[in-house]
Design a protein around this ligand. Structure first.
Ligand SMILES: [Zn+2]
Ligand SMILES: [Zn+2]
Ligand SMILES: [Zn+2]
Length: 173
């Protein structure tokens, strides 16, 4: 019997405060590593500093980085992340974003569309960071619809987007 136990719900990540499961060896929300003795997936002799929230592999201080309370590998640095969801697509054309969302859903993913107007975070909480994170949006694209997926689905989502020809030239720098 391996049913989930209620007390597991009370466990929280010591880094971000996110609720975590009993069996989690890292926090999927921020990438904090709870296990001792985990090594970098690229350098078998280096101690891992955290787990990339996008590709879920452990990395050392050379390969990964803590930035804004989130751990990512160098390759996956720079996504807009909010509450465990990462932006994979966006635009001011709601129909296109909704279409893309449907395509992701058909592939078994769990996308969610944030828009500045509809999103509860626009009500003015301290977590307004989603729309402040990227300096590129402070001005002309005010009502961007952001297509977010759980961080662990980003790589699969981007495969789907690539097939659709919708991969953006994003994450510069
Ligand atoms: Zn955490
Ligand atoms: Zn990664
Ligand atoms: Zn490394």
């Amino acid at each position: 019997m391996n049913s989930k136990q209620l007390e597991g719900l009370n466990m929280r990540c010591s880094v971000c405060g996110n609720a975590i499961g009993n069996s989690d060896d890292f926090c999927p929300n921020c990438g904090a590593l709870f296990e001792e003795g985990v090594h970098c997936s690229r350098h078998s002799t280096e101690k891992a500093l955290g787990v990339c929230i996008i590709c879920c592999k452990p990395y050392c201080a050379t390969c990964g980085v803590w930035s804004g309370g989130l751990f990512t590998c160098g390759e996956h640095h720079g996504y807009e992340v909010l509450e465990g969801m990462a932006r994979v697509f966006g635009g001011s054309d709601n129909a296109q974003v909704e279409y893309t969302k449907n395509c992701l859903e058909q592939n078994g993913l769990h996308p969610f569309v944030f828009s500045r107007k509809a999103s509860p975070i626009s009500l003015g909480g301290p977590d307004y960071s989603l729309f402040n994170a990227s300096g590129e949006f402070d001005g002309h694209i005010i009502n961007e619809y952001k297509l977010m997926v759980p961080c662990q689905e980003v790589m699969r989502a981007e495969q789907v987007l690539r097939k659709l020809g919708l991969v953006e030239a994003q994450r510069t720098g």
